[in-house]
Ligand binder design. Structure first.
Ligand SMILES: C[S@@+](CC[C@H](N)C(=O)[O-])C[C@H]1O[C@@H](n2cnc3c(N)ncnc32)[C@H](O)[C@@H]1O
Length: 395
């Protein structure tokens, strides 16, 4: 992704990948409050994130802008963030013409949006996770399907008129794999690209983490879907066959097949083995003990991925776990490192049943360090409670 900017190494970054605000009008089921202000307020019941970028940031950014060859804007919803509009306006004022790519939920369309897309020749990545309107609404909560597809057409027409690219981005999950063929057909119809995002967290949405027999059925259903249907553009057919192959491989090997699901090479010194989780929290406690953990666990309960209750033994005092209540699971690594100048190193492996195990080392400024085994236990189907179990490793 970045090698093509390596030809003229300079003193300034060539690519800026910016997520300046979490302001978003949607509450997608697989997303979190760090990336959506709507989720943060409604699902997580947390106060808004304070604006992080002040006037000084934009003044300092001025020095960098002429050197940047590609900007990527994410969010939040980029077309709702005044921070982004400020940068786009500045680029135009300075007469700069870098590559600009925006990942959007496609719900915001106005003359102003159209002008930015046109004048900055923006490449647009538009997220859409289903063709069936009800399914789309159930995943991308807050979306109006008809308006969204109208906007897809508008973005398609505008990007093509200025020689920019439109790509649909599909989060592939346990709840929407059957929508992929239809989405590829939409991409074909609009002559745009499509990229697949393999969602593996929160674990309950992950497709490749499903049991092998279920994956084998998914692969068979996908084969049946395509029988007799007209072929698509060759690059889209390639995406389809790559997806089917990956699901088939995961189904037959009995592994999860995802990149993150593999132990991180030889470096993961501990494995609790493969789990078929029946009573997940108990099973995970047992397995942590077998893996050499000391039995006095710290346990954190989460509702909808927000920490709600903590039991913390004395040894965990430095982690200040009581302060984690009200914070999100997505902030876990940040919370481990909240002591000034501490360093957190983590290696994670993904186990069956959506359980994740991490080996975490927290080194404080003073040089003292905690060597931890941390297990994440996902919610059971249709439930919202998940757990983080933190244990010390025995010497
Ligand atoms: C967080 S959104 C921000 C940009 C914009 N609001 C949008 O929806 O495209 C960026 C991308 O992340 C995807 N996404 C959301 N939740 C995800 C998850 N749990 N794992 C992987 N990608 C996810 C979205 O579908 C979208 O394509």
């Amino acid at each position: 992704m970045f090698d093509r900017y390596a030809d003229e190494p300079g003193a300034y970054p060539a690519v800026l990948d910016l997520a300046l605000s979490n302001r978003c009008n949607l509450a997608c089921v697989m997303c979190n409050g760090g990336l959506s202000s709507t989720i943060r307020a409604r699902r997580e019941g947390r106060p808004p994130l304070p604006a992080a970028y002040d006037d000084r940031f934009f003044e300092e950014l001025d020095e960098f802008l002429p050197h940047v060859r590609r900007f990527q804007f994410k969010g939040g919803e980029p077309f709702l963030a005044s921070e982004n509009r400020r940068i786009w306006t500045r680029l135009l004022d300075l007469g700069l013409a870098p590559e600009v790519c925006v990942t959007t939920n496609g719900t915001v369309w106005s003359d102003e949006v159209a002008q930015f897309v046109e004048r900055l020749r923006m490449d647009v990545i538009l997220s859409v996770d289903a063709v069936d309107p009800e399914r789309l609404k159930s995943i991308r909560s807050g979306v109006d399907p008809d308006r969204l597809w109208d906007n897809v057409d508008r973005f398609a027409a505008l990007t093509s008129s200025v020689g920019a690219r439109l790509e649909l981005a599909v989060c592939l999950m346990a709840g929407n794999w059957d929508q992929l063929r239809g989405l590829l057909e939409e991409a074909d119809r609009r002559d745009c690209g499509l990229s697949v995002i393999w969602v593996d967290g929160p674990a309950r949405f992950g497709l490749l983490g499903r049991p092998a027999d279920e994956l084998a059925q998914v692969a068979a259903s996908l084969d049946a879907q395509v029988t007799g249907s007209p072929p698509l553009r060759s690059d889209l057919e390639q995406i389809w066959s790559d997806v089917c192959e990956r699901i088939r491989a995961a189904g037959t090997s009995g592994t999860t097949g995802s990149e993150t699901a593999r132990p991180v090479g030889e470096e993961v010194a501990v494995s609790v083995g493969r789990l078929r989780v029946e009573d997940p929290v108990d099973v995970v406690r047992d397995r942590l003990l077998q893996a050499g953990a000391v039995p006095d666990f710290a346990e954190l309960r989460m509702e909808d991925e927000v920490f709600t209750e903590v039991s913390s033994p004395d040894w965990a005092a430095d982690l200040a776990l009581a302060d984690w209540v009200g914070r999100g699971f997505d902030e876990t690594m940040l919370l481990f490192g909240q002591q000034p100048d501490s360093i957190v190193r983590a290696q994670m492996e993904s186990l069956e049943g959506g359980v994740h195990l991490a080996q975490v080392e927290v080194t404080a400024e003073t040089g003292s360090s905690l060597d931890l085994l941390v297990a994440y236990v996902p919610p059971r189907p249709q439930q919202s409670t998940s757990w983080l179990i933190i244990s010390r490793r025995a010497d």
